[in-house]
Every structure is written in C-alpha cells, then in structure tokens.
Design a protein. Structure first.
Length: 506
C-alpha cells in the first residue's frame, strides 16, 4: 500500500498561515506579518483558492485555538461537538483567505492586473466584509498584528486597522515577486513599480508614526484619576446567587483600598454586579454606598431589563453612579455575541442553548454615552471593543473617554485575553482618545491615545489598578470619515470581478 505524499503547495500554504498567526499575541512576533504570506504567494498560482484556504486554516486554526476552551469548559459541549463547531468556523473564516487569493490570480488572468495592485485591495475588502457579514467577526484582522509597534499603528487614525492590512499584504506580495525573480533568474524585469510603492508606503507609515508620537498625542488639559477594579471572580461562581454578597464585598474592598491620590472614577468590569441593580434592595444599596464612600463616580456592569408590550427584554448594561450614589445613566450593549448572549434563529433550533451561563437571551441596546460632570463616557461592553465603528460613533457623539468593561474569564489562560486587549488598543489610536479597560480576570489596562499602555494588570489576579487618564478626543481622519477606505476597496473589487466575469472564455 503506497502512502500518499501531501500536496507540497498546500503544505507551504498551511505553513504560511501558521507564520502569520505567530505575529499575533501571545507570541506577538509582529515582524513575521511582513513576510508570512510569502510562501503562500510563491505556490498559489496553480491552485489559488485551495492554497489560500489552507493558509486560512493554519492562521485561524492557531489564532482561535482557545475557542475549544470556551465551548468545552464553559459551554459544556462534548469535545466532539466542540471540535465540529470549531472546524466549521475555521473553514468559514479560511474561505476569506481562499477567495482573496483566488480573486487576485483571476484578475491577473482575465484583466492582466498584477497582484501588487489587486490583492491588497481585495484582501481589505474581504476583511471589511468579515467585520459585518453574519453579524460580524473581525477578530485577528492582519493590521492588528502590529499592535505592539507604536510607530506602525499611528496610521490607524487615518484608515483604521485596514490601512495596515493593506500595507502588510502589499509588502508580502512584493517580497514574493522579488524571491520569484531572483530564484528563477529569468530575463523578466524586476517589479520596480511594486517595490517603489511598497517602500514609499512603508516609509511613509513609519515617518507618520514618528511625526504623530512627537506631537505628544497623549497629553490633555483635563485629567481624571481612575481606578480599575479587577475582581477575578471565577466564572463558575459568577452567577451563583449564594455568592452575590461575596462578589460585592470583593469589589467594595478593592475600590476602597488607600491610594496616594483619591480616585475620581472607579470602574468595575462587565457583569460585576451579577443581579438586577435597577431593582431596589439591600445589594443595590451596597453598590451605591461604595460610590458614596469613595467619593467618586462609579461605573459598573450589570444586567438590566425593560418591559415592552408585556414582554421582558434583557440587556447587558453599564450603570454610572454619582459620588453621592445617584444613578446618572445606563448604557446598553449594542453588538451582542452570537451563542454567548443570544442564540441566532432560536425558533428554528430550540435545542441550541447559549454557551455562557447567566440570565436569558439579551437584546441589543443603542449607543448612549453617559454624562459625567460636563463630560461624556462611551462604554464598550466586552467584545464591542473589536468593532471600530462602535468606538468611532461614541466619540462622534461627544465621548471624552472610552471605557471597555469585559469579562474574559471564559477565555481561560489562553491567548484570547491578550488578543482582545491588542485589538482594543486600536480604538484609542483611531479616535485619539484615552481608553480605560476593566476586565473581571484581566487584562485591565489604561491605554493612551497613542496606543501606549500606561498601566496594566496580570491575568487572573485580584487587583485595583490606579492611574491618570486624559479627557477629550482629538479630531482624526478616521473618526470623521470612518470606513471609506475599505468600502472603496470593496467597490473597486466588485468592479474588477465584474469585468473579469465579462471577459470569461467562451
């Protein structure tokens, strides 16, 4: 019996995807993103979709390995069912890589357009599509791989993460052309135009980063002493009614710890108050007393409900209390997590339940900044921090500070909390606004408008993190015009593909 040798092209493509994955946290080898796609691009001509798909499997399979932890440990799915669901999601996401590579080669065959021109455009278009198609899952867009390189991410205030994705793909394509040229030693000309454009754009991005950092984008006239409270409440206890008093006691004790400068704003994470705060009672009074004893505004996560037409709607919310303990407002989560906070098409699949234990299905809210002493706070709940358009809209509605409250306990000690924080850093840069991030089990952090993390906690520790944040957002091109660049890439890609379809062989 003969053993079948694996397809070499697909093996190289898979390896390429793995290289790209290593550029993301937790290993965070950011320079690999500039060369990771080269093996794929060198072998993709014969089987473009299959090669791109294989690269996508390697990339998303490694980046999102932690999904199995969520589904098995906290969703209580059987490992086999978890594996099936995981593979289905990886296949769906990998198809975006496959379509991008296929489209780039098809446009070259039908229209004679070179890969350096088409592939970066198509890639950005598909990343943008992934951000909203089927509710959207923009996790691990290529631009996020550069989160640890402050000089490189400053351009996010121009084009969001999509500009960096474009530049990374362009660089990889150009390098692949150069490798192909020197390896074959053919009389074909060097790709001078692609090389020139890559050097020009990469150099421009680097110079722009230096320019922006020299302008001291983090300084603000108005500042706020802030304390982030990380309760480190075990996920198995979080919704246990018997542990409610213990939970509030932990947050109270951490909030009241002595510090050099008294906090003006205290932030508790998502669902830190695991009951309906809006219902009067002893527990709700305890929370109000914390604000009064701290003499500070208190922002915390808690479930809420609204009764509409005799039906009760649940919301994943944040409440803001005054230093006197009075409720100033409530902000509800807008973008819910499928299968985490609600079950899509539940009427057709009644046997499917939520993965995360808590109350019933949540309903989406509306964008509502919270008023605080003449300023406004925009609250991003949990994975809302990975959606650029939400942070942008909060700032456009007058938010002077962004706050991300989250419960990453169900990620376990995986790479996911690090990846989540990495993407949230971009929201500060895009809008040139300070961002305070309070997480139940970590990682809590204070993020400056440059994307610099000024203070952070460790993972799975009980802590109170204090620091100073600035108030006020500076105008940026991205905040004013939003996702014009990826939208334009999408329109151009559609026109190209239509023209290619028109020129299909008879």
């Amino acid at each position: 019996m003969r053993l079948r040798i694996p397809d070499a092209d697909l093996c190289w493509s898979l390896f390429s995807g793995l290289l790209m994955a290593l550029s993301f946290p937790r290993l965070d080898l950011a320079p690999l993103a500039w060369i990771g796609l080269v093996p794929l691009l060198l072998v993709s001509r014969r089987r473009p979709f299959a090669s791109g798909f294989a690269a996508g499997v390697g990339f998303f399979g490694l980046v999102l390995y932690w999904l199995n932890i969520v589904m098995v440990t906290y969703g209580h799915l059987h490992p086999i069912l978890s594996g099936v669901a995981y593979l289905m999601l990886i296949a769906y996401l990998a198809s975006f890589f496959g379509v991008a590579i296929w489209a780039g080669h098809r446009l070259k065959e039908r229209l004679g357009l070179c890969l350096p021109l088409t592939l970066p455009v198509v890639w950005v278009a598909l990343e943008f599509l992934r951000s909203f198609f089927l509710t959207g899952f923009p996790w691990a867009m290529l631009g996020y791989s550069q989160q640890s390189l402050l000089l490189m991410i400053q351009s996010a205030d121009l084009l969001g993460p999509y500009g960096l994705s474009y530049l990374l793909v362009l660089c990889n394509v150009t390098l692949a052309l150069l490798v192909g040229y020197f390896a074959r030693r053919t009389p074909a000309r060097l790709p001078w135009l692609a090389l020139s454009m890559t050097l020009l754009l990469a150099g421009g991005n680097f110079a722009y980063g230096q320019f922006r950092l020299q302008q001291q984008p983090d300084s603000r006239a108005a500042t706020l002493q802030t304390r982030l409270v990380q309760g480190n409440i075990d996920q198995s206890l979080k919704w246990d009614p018997a542990y409610q008093w213990g939970t509030i006691d932990i947050y109270k004790r951490l909030s009241l710890l002595p510090q050099e400068q008294p906090a003006q704003l205290v932030v508790w994470p998502e669902s830190a108050v695991p009951f309906f705060f809006q219902e009067p009672g002893v527990l709700s009074d305890q929370v109000r007393q914390v604000a009064a004893r701290c003499g500070a505004w208190l922002l915390f996560g808690s479930p809420a409900f609204e009764d509409v037409n005799r039906r009760r709607h649940y919301l994943n919310s944040a409440f803001l209390l005054s230093p006197e303990g009075e409720e100033l407002g409530r902000s509800d989560k807008v973008h819910l997590v499928p299968f985490g906070e609600y079950v899509p098409l539940k009427s057709f699949f009644p046997f499917i339940d939520k993965l995360v234990v808590g109350i019933g299905d949540f309903s989406p809210g509306t964008i509502s900044p919270l008023p605080m002493n003449g300023h406004k706070i925009g609250v991003l709940v949990c994975f809302e921090g990975i959606f650029p358009e939400l942070a942008r809209e909060y700032v456009r509605r007058g938010s002077d500070l962004l706050v991300n409250i989250t419960n990453d306990a169900w990620f376990g000690k995986s790479s996911a909390p690090y990846q989540h924080l990495a993407m949230t850093r971009f929201r500060a840069v895009e809008n040139r606004v300070w961002l305070a991030r309070a997480a139940n089990t970590g990682i809590s952090a204070l993020i400056a408008p440059s994307g610099r993390i000024t203070a952070q906690t460790a993972l799975f520790e009980r802590a109170a993190l204090s620091g100073t944040v600035g108030l006020g957002a500076q105008p940026t091109l991205y905040n004013r015009f939003g996702d014009v660049f990826p939208t334009l890439c999408g329109l151009i890609s559609l026109v190209w593909l239509f023209l290619a379809w028109r020129r299909r062989p008879d």
